[in-house]
Ligand binder design. Sequence first.
Ligand code: UDP
Ligand code: MG
Length: 327
Amino acid sequence: MTPSLSAKDAPDLSLVVPMYNEEAAIASFFKAVRPVLDQIGLPYEIVCVNDGSRDATLAALTGIARKDARVRVIDLTRNFGKEAALTAGLDLARGRAVIPIDADLQEPPELIALMVKHWQEGYDVVLARRSERRSDTALKRGSARLFYRFLRVMSDVEIPENVGDFRLMDRAVVDALRRLPERSRFMKGLFAWLGFRQITVDFVRPARQDGSSKFRFRKLMQLATEGIVSFSTVPLRMWSYVGFAVAAGALIFMLYIIFDTIFFGRDTPGFATLATVLLFFNGLVMINLGIIGEYLARIFTEVKARPIYLVRDEIQFSEEPAEEKVT
Ligand code: UDP
Ligand code: MG
């Protein structure tokens, strides 16, 4: 009769919310999320990860946590990026099912009820898929589509299209995820690598309600490179084929020049050809070096084995301190 602390305290559901400069969004987030969770009726916690916000996010969260023991605030030492913040939240969440969700309500909390239903039916992962991205700009939509198509061709695991981090994961899935040690947290890829019994539910992605998007074009490019390089060795391997093809072509060209010289005499105007060939091959070599560099950089960060995030403080107020003593 000595249940482990976590088993006794463990809520059924954990919501994990990475937050970076979200002071404008916090109030409406909790206003939207609480009724949904109350309606489901299972014990829950809301794990908010403050990813080094420069605004009043932490103060706002602390204020909410003070009034609600189910709200836990994980304060990171600086801005580590969404993927790291999410990792922190998943590590510290205690629920039997864990749901990462953005703070900006672009992922409708109403969907959680349906996710929980599927979970109770026995699914380990319930994916939420955006059925359309009308609220995104045409550029973001187009580049996203291109990226997914490219990724699908390149990588060994099937990374589902238009699926974000919004999903429900059983405790077993979260524990499995925590066993993946890599520093490069391309979450979509890591999630896909895990497998498990999955089901997908669709939703329409609304526009961000308050505050502004925290991702800039450069960040997205980084994320795309991360996704491809972390989940595919094709960019490394294809160069042997390209090299082979180019070398074969060069050989044929060489034979042609030899015969041409023997039978038709020396040809002086060959400078243009030479320069073109030279530039072309130099280009190939540089691309190749760049790609090797990408992988090398990954190896470098992995070898350093730094923690993915650092926690400065964990804030949770207990509602009924009297009950804590009953163990
Ligand atoms: N976020 C974070 N750290 C960052 C950037 C973003 O924790 O460095 C959080 C942000 O607060 C939000 C979620 O990640 O809860 C998604 O960010 P955003 O809505 O800006 O991205 P978008 O929806 O535009 O892809
Ligand atoms: Mg958003």
